[in-house]
Design a binder for this molecule. Structure first.
Ligand SMILES: NC(=O)C1=CN([C@@H]2O[C@H](COP(=O)(O)OP(=O)(O)OC[C@H]3O[C@@H](n4cnc5c(N)ncnc54)[C@H](OP(=O)(O)O)[C@@H]3O)[C@@H](O)[C@H]2O)C=CC1
Ligand SMILES: O=C1O[C@H](COP(=O)(O)O)[C@@H](O)[C@H](O)[C@H]1O
Length: 603
């Protein structure tokens, strides 16, 4: 059984909460889980940073799940571990906001604050797939404040009941958290409402504001807008939300989804436009890879284990590989993708963010600004990517086992003859004392043979030749390799050499393996859960600051322009293959062999 040093799990903390606590009020002020969470972490300080000053501290009565007075309802039981898909009629009948609050046992208390979360683009793919399920998971874990409301906003015409119905189809309970699952879903869905409006209409947002106020019932209102819409309408929506639906007496924050522009200029223009309506403090630029468990764990691994940090430099590390692969194409998202390509879609953000966390110096503290300062520093020490250090590819149709998989350009939303890369490999360098000369190789592709994301750290050869003859000719295969498997089947393992038991002297490669599924019984939360919770708490550590974004774009913009201006033709690779062979030549130029070629001890 795992013992946890620092528990920040909302529900597990709730069980050990005391009956009252004194601290600055926040949207979570009466949630025992939250009280405990902030006591243990630096989040508390961050959560106090808001646009408006907070009222003075006071005694907070603890509110528990049981006290919420959930309405008993007949529900379809959870069967075979799957979530319910049927809602009963009572749930779908929409009550007025006040009725809902009273029914849920909430009495108006103007001294308490509320959080209203508006999902802008609620009818879309991301909202359905990720945002609503993450909000439900937070609710299930008692991580949302006592008073919260969720509003879906989009142009599509929908009633509250229809939104609830749509949302209910994607809600699930964790495998290890099924208790009262249907009941919790019903309670959650009652807090979800919908408002149909245009993204560029201040009047429509003003009506939303009115509805939010009704829900907030005179309490201090904190408002979070999640922009789950295409980037061309970000500014319209931000303008209208900010001018017509900002909180009058609490904080207003906006989560902005990627892409943050397509190069340095457009990104700077986006930031400038956003800052017409919001301060930097209000902008939460999301990169969901930063919310992934093993990416969060990177700093813990580095800075809390003496054995790693001394090795973390050019002295011991030969190369670092950041690998992303998907075993499906751009199906359905070709229109978006063709405008961006894999370098902008994955490398400039997800993989570069991982690289920054991997390579940064020790931050002064775990505070958001200290961490982000270090990330900016390391990004600014990097050399802009050169054309000769990039290989691009695009998948072509392939028939296997009687099934024909489409080419990228077969997608109706992709322009004929598109040269947009669906695969790229790149070699990047950090020109600082720690990393001078160490190649950081990135590889990202769609429609490859497997799905996964990992960080591979290949160490140098052991000096001297004590055991060289036992390794055979291939010394590279005998070097230590640390693998951080971000997904799927999370793991951290270290490849070491070991003597095969017996009278002879035969060496063998083995893994010291921290396999999450075996070590921890808990299901790993989705990245969006962590990030939404952080945004609600005002914790900015896992969000991208504007100077960080500028630094990231300046590494990729020149090469992206060159690729486009020179109309570089991608190397075509079959759907479901390992990608273009050019990636191997690129790696070989730096004496690197990709670690994901797979060996019998990798899984
Ligand atoms: N889907 C994903 O897996 C990921 C998405 N993202 C980002 O998240 C954001 C949302 O993504 P996703 O949900 O896939 O996007 P969608 O294309 O599904 O768009 C979301 C909603 O925006 C509205 N919309 C779509 N196109 C337009 C348009 N041209 N003009 C006005 N409104 C429009 C539609 O709502 P209505 O018509 O009802 O107004 C739609 O339901 C994007 O910025 C995307 O890049 C980031 C990572 C992953
Ligand atoms: O941001 C994006 O990420 C997804 C991959 O996310 P994951 O969490 O499923 O690994 C990718 O499919 C998409 O193209 C990209 O925009």
């Amino acid at each position: 059984m795992a013992t946890s040093l620092y528990s920040t799990h909302c529900r597990s903390l709730a069980t050990s909460s005391s009956s009252s606590a004194s601290f600055q009020p926040s949207p979570f002020s009466s949630n025992p889980a939250y009280l405990q969470r902030v006591t243990f972490s630096h989040r508390f300080l961050a959560s106090k940073v808001s646009l408006k000053s907070q009222p003075p501290s006071y005694k907070i009565p603890v509110h528990t799940q049981q006290q919420e007075g959930a309405v008993a309802a007949s529900v379809t039981p959870v069967e075979n571990g799957t979530s319910h898909k049927q809602l009963n009629a009572e749930l779908l009948s929409v009550k007025s906001p006040r009725e809902s609050l009273v029914e849920d046992g909430y009495e108006k208390d103007e001294n308490e604050s509320t959080v209203s979360i508006t999902v802008v683009g609620a009818s879309g793919d991301l909202a359905k797939k990720k945002i609503f399920p993450a909000l439900f998971a937070l609710y299930y874990e008692d991580c949302l404040p006592k008073h919260f409301t969720i509003y879906g906003y989009a142009r599509s015409k929908m009633t509250d009941a229809e939104l609830r119905n749509m949302v209910s189809r994607t809600l699930t309970c964790r495998i290890d958290k099924r208790e009262n699952c249907n009941e919790k879903m019903e309670q959650f869905l009652k807090r979800c409402f919908y408002h149909s409006g245009q993204y560029d209409s201040q009047e429509n947002f003003a009506v939303l504001d009115k509805k939010l106020k009704e829900q907030e019932g005179g309490r201090t209102s904190n408002r979070l807008f999640y922009l789950s819409i295409p980037p061309n309408i970000f500014i319209d929506a931000v303008k209208c939300a900010s001018l017509s639906a900002s909180s009058g007496n609490g904080w207003t924050r906006v989560i902005v989804e990627k892409p943050f522009g397509r190069d340095s200029e457009s990104s700077a223009a986006l930031t400038k436009s956003l800052k017409q309506y919001l301060t930097e403090d209000q902008i939460f630029r999301i990169d969901h890879y930063l919310g992934k468990e093993l990416v969060e764990n990177l700093s813990v691994l580095r800075f809390s284990n003496l054995i790693f940090e001394p090795l973390w430099s050019r002295q011991y590390i030969r190369n670092v590989q950041l690998i992303f692969s998907e075993d499906f194409g751009t199906e359905g998202r070709g229109g978006y993708f063709d405008h961006y390509g894999i370098i902008r879609d994955i490398m400039q953000n997800h993989l570069l963010q991982i690289l920054a966390l991997f390579a940064m110096e020790t931050p002064v503290s775990l505070d958001a600004e200290d961490i982000r300062n270090e990330k900016v520093k390391v990004l600014r020490s990097m050399r802009p990517l050169q054309l000769e250090d990039v290989v691009i590819g695009q998948y072509k149709s392939h028939t296997r086992g009687g099934v024909t998989y489409p080419a990228y350009v077969d997608d109706k939303t992709v322009p004929v003859g598109s040269l947009t890369p669906t695969f790229a490999a790149a070699a990047l360098f950090i020109d600082n004392a720690r990393w001078d000369g160490v190649p950081f190789l990135m590889k990202a592709g769609k429609a490859l043979h497997s799905k996964g994301a990992e960080i591979r750290v290949q160490f140098r050869h052991v000096p001297g030749n004590l055991y060289n003859r036992n390794f055979g000719a291939d010394l590279d295969r005998a070097t230590n390799e640390l693998v951080i498997r971000v997904q799927p089947d999370e793991a951290i393992y270290l490849k070491i050499n070991n003597k095969v038991p017996g009278l002879g002297m035969k060496l063998d490669r083995s893994n010291l393996n921290l396999h999450y599924a075996a070590r921890y019984s808990k299901e790993i939360p989705d990245a969006y859960e962590r990030l939404l919770l952080d945004a609600i708490e005002g914790e900015r550590r896992l969000f991208i600051r504007s100077d960080e974004l500028d630094a990231a774009w300046s590494l990729f913009t020149p090469v992206l322009k060159e690729l486009e201006e020179k109309k570089i033709i991608p190397e075509y690779y079959p759907y479901g293959s390992r990608g273009p062979v050019g990636a191997h030549y690129l790696a070989a130029r730096y004496n690197v062999r990709w670690g994901d070629l797979g060996s019998d001890i990798d899984r």
